[in-house]
Design a protein around this ligand. Structure first.
Ligand code: FES
Length: 571
């Protein structure tokens, strides 16, 4: 057991340790602490609260509950901020700043005097950023999340951000919803504190954090405004105090290759967000593990989809919580899990799963493995001549008839080109065509936005077309749906085959073969590659320059190439 050092952790270097200790205690006392309080182990509370993050607006109340738990268990809670990433408030994208936040989390845990830390995140990128940073800092850490928001109501139907945001916007574009109604809906989509109400990226990442063992069992899906959310905070504070006193477990003892594989299983069983594939690759990279897309496909082919939630199904996250939450999913796929993994509680996953269930599982929301919604996982990786290093398809969110499809490419060379031409009445496009967006990957100026959900051209939408095959090196919001091929790698900005597609080329998608191919002969491709000028403008200065120079591919998690651990473990 490591003895807690409390305020003496990492003394400032003045060349005189006693002076550094005396000076630190003196300045801490200026905040009104007694000497007795400053002698206690310290639990840092790392919060990503911000006026630019609606999902975290209830954090002040949650922080008070965490503090209560820490104090009652005999340690001193000290809150500190890191940057926040409010999904819709960041430009060009929140993903660009995930690594900045991860660096801030890592360095502030390491640099400041604490024996353990409670990580408080929730919105899409804050959970992976905190996990990445905490793993690299490797001090005992426990996570709490914001929890999902509650649904709203509109003319007798439930609404939840943000699958219903897209549905209404699609209907507005198709002239089925009026401007007045879309104004009304704007105020009814996101109606409480908390993260998006469907199985989007935030909810998926919360489940990932709980599955890998970094959160208390049963906590990922508790609604943001439920009193259980505050009880969870208090309990996490108490656990973190215990971790501060005992010195463990450390994140690298919890986040192991087996824990990551378990999380991937859950991702597939809940038909989670495609973004989670990127984030889990980045989290895995922090323990030196490289995710293998072929291994991911093997998991996908043997893991059933069990939950009936939007954006793919019918329910919302509050339904999932009341139906049994992650526990209900874990119990069904238990034979496929590696249950020797360690949780922050000190239990193994097997210990957790051997506890009696508090309530029966609601089978309308969480199916039994013997009667799944789909016998295979919600996501697959694709390879082929268009994506030699991989691409991702959420097959659970796709139109069945489009999963095997060959069509003519209609190409947009950038987001600007897409915005300028997609609704042009003269655009040469039919419902059988394949929409292709280039230059929207990690190294592009757009910073890999959630633009992979290309809008259906207005004239087709108005004619009733709801889905088309769409391909890009961009991402897609976890709350979106459609036959959408994402994260094409190598990206167009690096001269990948995606950059060589021209209007009228034939492209073939085969989900059954897990392939995405540009149907051109090798000589034509080589000639186009020779003629191409790869231009990926390097930002002149600052963080965006660092990002551009060091961001890795989507397949490797879009982390910085200098932040991974020593490679060597493959998943
Ligand atoms: Fe924060 Fe959706 S905007 S989770």
């Amino acid at each position: 057991m490591t003895k807690p050092k409390g305020l003496e952790n990492g003394l400032t270097n003045y060349g005189d340790r006693d002076f550094a200790r005396y000076l630190r205690r003196s300045f801490a006392k200026s905040m009104g602490y007694t000497g007795a309080a400053l002698d206690k182990p310290i639990v840092g509370i790392c919060t990503s609260e911000s006026g630019f993050n609606n999902c975290h607006r209830h954090f002040p109340e949650m922080i008070e509950a965490v503090k209560r738990g820490v104090l009652a268990a005999g340690a001193l809670p000290v809150t500190f901020p890191v940057i926040s990433l409010g999904e819709v408030f960041l430009s060009p994208t929140s993903l660009v700043y995930r690594n900045l936040m991860a660096m801030a989390v890592e360095e502030m845990i390491r640099a400041q005097p604490m024996d353990a830390v409670v990580l408080m995140g929730g919105c899409d990128k804050t959970v992976p950023a905190m996990l990445m940073g905490a793993i690299s800092a490797d001090k005992p850490a426990a996570m709490v999340v914001a929890g999902p928001m509650m649904t709203g109501r509109h003319r007798g139907e439930r609404l939840g951000a943000c699958t219903d945001c897209r549905r209404f916007w699609g209907n507005f574009r198709a002239s089925k919803v009026s401007a007045d109604e879309i104004d009304q809906v704007e105020g009814r989509l996101a109606v409480t504190a908390g993260t998006c109400a469907v199985m989007g990226t935030a909810s998926t990442m919360a489940l990932m954090a709980e599955t890998i063992g970094m959160m208390l069992p049963g906590s990922a899906a508790i609604p943001a405004v439920h009193a259980d959310r505050l009880r969870n905070c208090e309990e996490t504070g108490a656990l973190a105090a215990h971790m501060a006193l005992t010195g463990g477990p450390r994140p690298t003892e919890v986040v192991t290759p087996a824990a990551i594989r378990n999380a991937q299983r859950v991702l597939l069983a809940v038909s989670g967000s495609t973004n989670a594939v990127i984030h889990m690759a980045a989290v895995a990279g922090r323990i030196g593990m490289k995710l293998d897309l072929d291994a991911f496909n093997r998991l996908s082919d043997e893991t059933p989809v069990l939950v009936d939630l939007k954006p793919v199904g019918a329910g919302y996250m509050e339904d999932f919580h009341y139906a049994g939450g992650l526990e209900g999913v874990l119990r069904e796929i238990a034979p496929q899990l590696e249950t020797g993994t360690c949780l922050i509680t000190g239990q193994t996953l097997a210990d957790r799963l051997s506890q009696p269930l508090a309530d029966p599982i609601d089978r309308a929301v969480i199916r039994e493995a013997t009667s799944p919604i789909s016998p295979v996982g919600g996501l697959i990786a694709l390879r082929g001549s268009l994506a030699p290093d991989g691409a991702i398809l959420k097959r659970a969110a796709a139109t069945e008839a489009l999963l095997e499809h060959e069509g003519r490419a209609v190409v947009f060379t950038s987001l600007e080109d897409l915005a300028n031409r997609i609704d042009d009445p003269d655009l040469d496009v039919t419902a059988d065509d394949i929409l292709v967006l280039q230059n929207a990957g990690p190294k592009s100026p757009s910073g890999m936005p959630e633009a992979g959900y290309l809008p259906i051209p207005k004239k087709l939408a108005q004619a009733g077309v709801k889905d088309m095959v769409r391909i890009s090196d961009a991402r897609m919001s976890g709350t979106a749906f459609g036959t959408i091929v994402l994260h094409v790698s190598p990206e167009a900005a690096l001269g990948g085959p995606l950059s060589l597609v021209r209007d009228g080329d034939r492209i073939r998608l085969s989900a059954s073969e897990k392939r995405i191919d540009l149907l051109l002969d090798a000589a034509t491709l080589a000639q186009r590659a020779d003629e191409a000028t790869v231009s990926s403008p390097v930002p002149a200065r600052g963080y965006t320059r660092l990002y551009h120079q060091h961001v890795t591919s989507a397949t490797d998690g879009c982390d910085f190439d200098f932040l991974g651990s020593a490679p060597g473990i493959s998943g």
